[in-house]
Design a protein around this ligand. Sequence first.
Ligand code: FES
Length: 108
Amino acid sequence: MNVMSQTWVAIGDLTEIPVLGARCVKNGDMTIAVFRTADDQVLAIEDKCPHKNGPLSQGIVHDNCVTCPLHNWVISLETGRAQGADEGSVRVFPAKQEDGKVYLALTV
Ligand code: FES
């Protein structure tokens, strides 16, 4: 039987992520963008806009959302869903910070 489980993986220090910015983490073929909000929450989504695959990690963070740098779609960092009239979503990954270290829950 092949059982997949999620494990918290340390990916570095909170200070390595700019406030209102992101740091990218590779997980197999996928790139995950780990964002830091103004109040030091960490939120992680796939670094691939649901519109035309724009690099969300290069977008601007506001109100727990990110604005895609290519065509300004706004994506929720909590649900991964496009906001407003736009439709689409990206994968969301559980993320947390403890004592200044950032962790992602990844399937291993
Ligand atoms: S690729 Fe993100 S809005 Fe178009």
